[in-house]
Every structure is written in structure tokens, then in C-alpha cells.
Design a protein around this ligand. Structure first.
Ligand code: ATP
Ligand code: MG
Length: 273
């Protein structure tokens, strides 16, 4: 297999018009429950993400990262403030491709069946689905497993099926909630390398959640650190590292990389207290 290029190729979809994939967040906060049980999970937050940005969200467990992604995707409606993606209110399934923290698959279906269903929802014609399914599974390194049941494959493989499903609809925005957390270190690094190489060279926007300062600096063109719950913006940091023509291992070993990783790591710690 040449490379596990799923996210890289997904994000590198050509010909995206400018403006598509932009995110505009105004005074957004979200509360779960009512009365005595009410809990404000996140916000208030103001954030503008231009098309093509690779934004990485970092913050302590429970600070509201997944909540914010669900609000951007339109799976939840913010109890306060407004969100626009590409100039309109988010709508579930139509606004963004999403990789959830826990892979959401149909366990009784095969790997290929799971991807087929995503293609169907994306409006891909039945006679074109087999070819697209093959391409997507190949990209995530699962070309040989189309016939297997979800419960027959590993957790890391399940997460790759979830990634293939998120890429099935060619949205201008991809939301990724700790997508690599369950992968082995080698696969994780390979996916990170592929993703970074072309991530910001295209028009697609990505919002990527991680707990790892290392992963944030490696992938992000911008890093936003959230405070502890309710998560607000503690640090909004542009990442000024070369995004092309640089060897991934060299980059990881560069002093600038180490300095940024340290800055983000310290900010995450400070923001969590
Ligand atoms: N559906 C829900 N109903 C009630 N409370 C919720 C719900 N979802 C999340 N919460 C609470 O909101 C807060 C933020 O949760 P969220 O999942 O957004 O955090 P997170 O930053 O993604 O955490 P982690 O890093 O552990 O994934 C937590 O206190 C959580 O318990
Ligand atoms: Mg989460």
C-alpha cells in the first residue's frame, strides 16, 4: 500500500470555491439539561475560521470540544449565539463530514456495507457506489476487508471505516474528533504525515480535536486551546511551520517544533487549572 492517504486526499479535493467551508461562531455557548441539572458545557466563544484552515482544538477532558464539533456539524443547536458554515446555519449530515470520537458504524453490516450506506446518503448513484466504495476503502488501507463484519475488525480498523464514511460525501468541511486516538503509533504517524502534507493546500477546511500537543503542532495551521469547562478560548495560535516540501521526521525534530509543542503543552495545562 503506497500510503494511507484517506484524510489527505479527502481534504485535497480540488476546485472548492472560496467561502465554502468557512465557519463563523458568534457568542456561542451550550447548556445541557435544565434547572438544577443544567450544565454549561462550552462558551461563550467567538471564532472565525477561513476556508482551507486546518484548525486544531485542544483542551482538557470535558471542556466541551466534542460539544463544539457537534454544534458546528448541526447535530445540536447552541442554546446561545449563532453558528454559520459557508454562510448558512449548520444542518446535520449536510454541513460537514464528521469522524466521531467513538466510531459510529452499523455493526451488523460489513465494512463495505457501511461505506455504501454513507455513499447512498451522500446521493451517489447506486451504479457508481461500488467503484467509490473501493476507492475510499483503498485510501484508508482497508481494501481487502470490504466483506468483513464490523465486529470482526480491530478498533483502529473501525475508526478507519468511520474516516472512509466521513469522506464519502465531499463536504467542504471535515470535523474530526480525536480520530487517531485508537490507532497504533505507526498508523497514527502515517495518517498524520499524509494529512499534513496536503491539508492546507486545498480549499477544504478541517477542525480536528486532539489531546496531544504534539499532534496539534504537527497538523494544525492554527491551534485553539480551550479553558476547562465551560470551554472558552484560552489561546489562539497560528502555526508558522512549513507545510510542504519538508520531511515529516525532520519537522518533528526541529527546534521550532519543540518550542511550539512546549508552548501548547503549557497553555493546555494552564488552561485546565
Ligand atoms: N448529551 C449530554 N448531556 C449532558 N451533558 C453532556 C452531554 N454531552 C456532554 N455533556 C457534558 O458536557 C461537558 C463537555 O463534554 P464534551 O464531550 O463536549 O467534552 P470533551 O471536551 O469532548 O471531553 P473529552 O476530551 O473527554 O472527549 C462534560 O461535562 C460532559 O459531561
Ligand atoms: Mg470529546
Amino acid at each position: 500500500m503506497s500510503s494511507i492517504n484517506a484524510l489527505a486526499e479527502g481534504i485535497a479535493a480540488p476546485g472548492r470555491p472560496t467561502g465554502k467551508g468557512s465557519i463563523r461562531i458568534r457568542q456561542v455557548a451550550h447548556r445541557y439539561g435544565r434547572g438544577e441539572d443544567a450544565l454549561t458545557a462550552v462558551g461563550p466563544i467567538d471564532l472565525d475560521v477561513p476556508p482551507g484552515e486546518f484548525l486544531v482544538l485542544v483542551g482538557a477532558s470535558g471542556c466541551g470540544k466534542s460539544t463544539l464539533l457537534r454544534l458546528i456539524a448541526g447535530f445540536e443547536t447552541a442554546t446561545q449565539g449563532s453558528i454559520e458554515v459557508s454562510g448558512t446555519a449548520p444542518a446535520p449530515g449536510r454541513t460537514a463530514g464528521m469522524v466521531f470520537q467513538q466510531p459510529r458504524l452499523f455493526p451488523w453490516k460489513t465494512v463495505g456495507g457501511n461505506v455504501d450506506l454513507a455513499l447512498k446518503y451522500a446521493g451517489v448513484r447506486r451504479d457508481q457506489r461500488a467503484v467509490r466504495r473501493g476507492e475510499l476503502l483503498h485510501r484508508v488501507g482497508l481494501g481487502e476487508t470490504a466483506h468483513r463484519r464490523i465486529w470482526e475488525i480491530s478498533g483502529g480498523q473501525q475508526q478507519r471505516v468511520a474516516i472512509a464514511r466521513a469522506l464519502a460525501a465531499e463536504h467542504s468541511l471535515l470535523l474530526l474528533d480525536e480520530p487517531f486516538a485508537a490507532l497504533d503509533a505507526l498508523t497514527r504517524e502515517r495518517l498524520q504525515d499524509d494529512l499534513r502534507r496536503v491539508g492546507t493546500e486545498s480549499g477544504r477546511t478541517a477542525v480536528f480535536v486532539t489531546h496531544s500537543a504534539d499532534e496539534a503542532v504537527f497538523l494544525g495551521s492554527r491551534i485553539v486551546v480551550l479553558t476547562k469547562r465551560p470551554g472558552r478560548i484560552a489561546l489562539d495560535l497560528p502555526v508558522d511551520l512549513p507545510r510542504s516540501g519538508v520531511d515529516a521526521d525532520e519537522l518533528r525534530a526541529a527546534p521550532e517544533f519543540a518550542a511550539l509543542r512546549r508552548e501548547v503543552g503549557l497553555a493546555v495545562k494552564a488552561a485546565a487549572t
